[in-house]
Design a protein around this ligand. Structure first.
Ligand SMILES: Nc1ncnc2c1ncn2[C@@H]1O[C@H](COP(=O)(O)OP(=O)(O)OP(=O)(O)O)[C@@H](O)[C@H]1O
Ligand SMILES: [Mg+2]
Length: 389
């Protein structure tokens, strides 16, 4: 009568009372997409290191990282356009390594996956349906509904060349969703669009994804795209997953130097842990200054660390207007460079100890000038510690 019998695998005849005894246990449903020990080599090039990754049903997950980090390769393995060198890929719990592309039920929008130029918009969107033995009338309904969803009703008779770049991209989106895919794969779908259009399309994809609840893997090297759209961000470098988490987590609690540097504008400096002061960790910066950091974790006295502070988290003020009584975490410096970015100002400040600090200031009141003597200050909760790499 041991307790271990309670959760015996495969005991489908388990009495209902036992389920009721653990109402907090969600039903076990496999992730929509699952990478298990996936590794990909092209000859000697290790494009993707051994990777495990779960993508939950209905979520939008972005693969984010610099050029060459393996984003497209991961996506192409889901699509069936590349074969993993090692490991398995599952969709809805079913291993798909050997399932041919056209049986995977995926919608794809790739960087250079253009529309068929000599087919009408209607035929472009209907393309994926024609192989599915669906009655003509139903195809028509689905195509027209997809065009409405991407807010381009009435264009079905036109040719791709008669639409703008952004409109063509929406048609590509309609073509991808019309087949009601299990997973939507998008590889930098917005990279060819200009800034404003990108933003519109980004919101449109986001809304559509939520409305349809379609599981989506979105590849980008644009952190703003990733931060604004994702349920989960997977940050990659050199074929290796660096961190995965919700946007706030990856942005506010970067796991290492690379992630902190890749997302947002960060200041880094090395420091030595001196001990604790109240709830904070006290560190001595390489400049000799003392800084208090609200850093969870077990930091040991004498340990070398790296301090990370986002440029937006510093406050800058004129020295003559700053009164140091009772203040902590402030440093003196002189503005060396400044750029106006419309809505915010970016300052580069030479600090007393020889370091440079980057401060991005939202334009609440006024703009300081080059050569101004300033104090920069940061709250302990915005000081992040990383082990020195
Ligand atoms: N067919 C191939 N043959 C040989 N090497 C390849 C092939 N495809 C990709 N690679 C290599 O694998 C690595 C990962 O490439 P991948 O295209 O996945 O990067 P990416 O993150 O999508 O980059 P980008 O942002 O530039 O699109 C790179 O070093 C690349 O040169
Ligand atoms: Mg790529």
């Amino acid at each position: 009568m041991s307790e271990i019998t309670k959760n015996t695998e495969g005991s489908s005849a388990a009495p209902a009372a036992e389920d009721a005894s653990a109402p907090h246990m969600p039903p076990v449903k496999p992730p929509m997409v699952q990478f298990k020990g996936i590794l990909k080599k092209f000859g000697k090039v290790l494009a993707v290191e051994k990777t495990d990754l779960d993508i939950e049903e209905g979520s939008l997950v972005t693969l984010l990282g610099p050029s060459g980090c393996g984003k497209t390769t991961l996506l192409r393995m889901v699509a069936g356009l590349e074969t993993p060198t090692e490991g398995d890929i599952f969709i809805k719990g079913k291993r798909i390594n050997d399932v041919p592309i056209h049986q995977r039920n995926l919608g794809m929008i790739f960087q250079n996956y253009a529309l068929f130029p000599h087919k009408s918009i209607y035929d472009n969107v209907a393309f994926g349906l024609k192989y599915r033995k669906i009655p003509k009338e139903e195809i028509r309904e689905k195509v027209l509904r997809a065009l409405e969803m991407v807010r381009l009703p009435g264009v079905e008779k036109r040719m791709p060349g008669q639409l703008s770049g952004g409109q063509q991209q929406r048609i590509a989106l309609a073509r991808a969703i019309v087949i009601e895919p299990d997973v939507l794969l998008m590889d930098e779908p917005l990279s060819a669009l200009d800034e404003n259009l990108r933003e519109d399309m980004r919101r449109e994809i986001d809304n559509l994804q939520q409305m349809l609840g379609v599981t989506t893997i979105f590849v980008t090297h644009d952190q703003r795209e990733a931060l604004s759209m994702s349920d989960k961000i997977v940050v990659m470098k050199n074929g290796k997953k660096q961190q995965e988490g919700v946007p706030e987590e990856v942005y506010n609690r970067p796991a290492n130097h690379f992630v902190a540097d890749f997302l947002g504008h960060s200041n880094f400096t090395s420091a030595v842990v001196q001990g604790r002061e109240g709830n904070f960790v006290k560190v001595e910066l390489e400049t000799g200054n003392i800084l208090l950091a609200d850093a969870p974790g077990d930091w040991k006295e004498g340990e070398e660390v790296e301090v990370v502070v986002r440029a937006q988290r510093f406050e800058a003020m004129l020295q003559e207007e700053f009164s140091p009584d009772g203040q902590t975490n402030y440093f003196e410096g002189k503005i060396r460079d400044r750029s106006y970015m419309g809505g915010e100002v970016s300052y580069f400040i030479d600090m007393a100890g020889g370091k440079e600090v980057h401060v991005i200031s939202m334009m609440r009141s006024r703009i300081y000038g080059i050569g101004n003597d300033v104090v920069v200050q940061v709250a302990p909760e915005h000081c992040h510690l990383l082990p020195l790499e």
